[in-house]
Design a protein around this ligand. Structure first.
Ligand code: NAP
Length: 295
């Protein structure tokens, strides 16, 4: 059984690492902010003090970090993964990054003769906990097949998409639709609510129709209850919207609606909603609404 290292024990990483431990892999764990490993040590995982110390113990290192600069940070420096690992170590980066960033990370680890797969995920904290994530993999196909057992410990829907960048691009295409759904639901609810219709009733109508996805149905409840506890933090979807626009510019594809949604998320973040759930885009719209009585 291969020894696995897991770096990044945030909202997604912690439950994913727990499933790797439960599947029986010897597991080393590292998080920048200490104290997030307590539950995992109960499952037999061994905390490392630095990424380098973690990499020295592992054949495969999984990263689940905020963004590409965070991945670069854990790779580099005297305490970084690359300083501690041996040639032949495999990095499976499951963070959401752009195709360009993913290929650049591959070049960086390749300089130390590490291999890399990109394996971003769909599904939020619930599927991360239940081991039912979707995983979209890019990189060498043989390498992917050799890691299927490990990926199956975390996900139920596993897709090989093609060479490095194909998994990252699929993830951005998917999140483009996620952002549009968060935003259209928020606009619909802000409009109906300002007009004086009971939000609970509007939510019931939307949920009963064929236009409501599972995501929309789940988020209707959060909006009606004004519960914006983060499942998918707004700041992360804002980051992804920026990656979509950058990628679209490089490919010469117009994505005008996504551009407008990105602007709204920028405003929501600058108003302090970044750490709330992405459904808090609704808060921005209600804050910006005319405060005079309904006409
Ligand atoms: N949440 C979702 O529903 C969801 C769904 C699909 C994909 N994703 C993607 O999955 C990734 C992780 O998301 P999350 O929701 O788990 O985020 P999160 O809860 O904010 O966790 C981010 C993790 O990255 C670490 N980190 C950030 N910057 C770092 C740095 N410079 N050096 C070292 N560690 C650093 C954090 O460490 P600290 O604890 O020290 O801050 C934390 O462990 C993101 O790319 C996100 O877009 C999220």
């Amino acid at each position: 059984v291969k020894t696995v290292g897991f770096v990044g024990l945030g909202l997604m990483g912690a439950p994913m690492a727990a499933n790797v431990a439960r599947a029986g892999y010897p597991l080393a764990i590292y998080n920048r902010t200490p104290g997030k490993a307590a539950k995992l040590t109960e499952l037999g995982a061994h905390p490392a003090d630095t990424p380098a110390e973690l990499a020295a113990r592992c054949e495969v290192v999984i990263s689940m970090l905020t963004d590409a600069p965070a991945v670069e940070q854990v790779l580099r420096g005297k305490d970084g993964l690359l300083a501690g690992g041996r040639p032949g170590t495999l990095l499976i980066d499951m963070s959401t990054v752009s195709p360009v960033q993913s290929r650049s990370l591959q070049a960086e680890v390749g300089g130390c003769r590490w291999a890399k797969l990109e394996a971003p995920v769909f599904g939020s904290t619930g599927p991360a906990r239940d081991g039912t994530l979707g995983i979209m993999v890019g990189g060498d196909q043989g390498l992917f097949e050799s890691q299927l057992d490990l990926l199956q410990a975390m996900g139920k829907y596993i897709f090989y998409m093609g060479p490095m960048g194909a998994g990252a691009l699929t993830k951005l295409a998917f999140n483009l639709m996620v952002a549009a759904q968060f935003h259209s639901l928020a606009e619909a609810m802000a409009l109906a609510g300002k007009g004086g219709v009971d939000l609970r009733r509007v939510g019931e109508v939307l949920a009963a129709t064929a236009i409501a996805s599972d995501l929309v149905r789940r988020k209707i409840g959060s909006l009606v209850a004004a519960d914006f506890a983060p499942g998918f933090p707004l700041k992360h979807l804002h980051k992804d919207l920026g990656l979509m626009l950058d990628t679209a510019h490089r490919l010469g594809v117009p994505i005008p609606a996504t551009g407008a949604i990105h602007e709204a998320f920028t405003a929501a973040r600058s108003r302090g909603h970044g750490d709330l759930d992405s459904s808090a885009i609704y808060c921005l719209l209600t804050e910006l609404s005319d405060s005079s009585p309904n006409s």
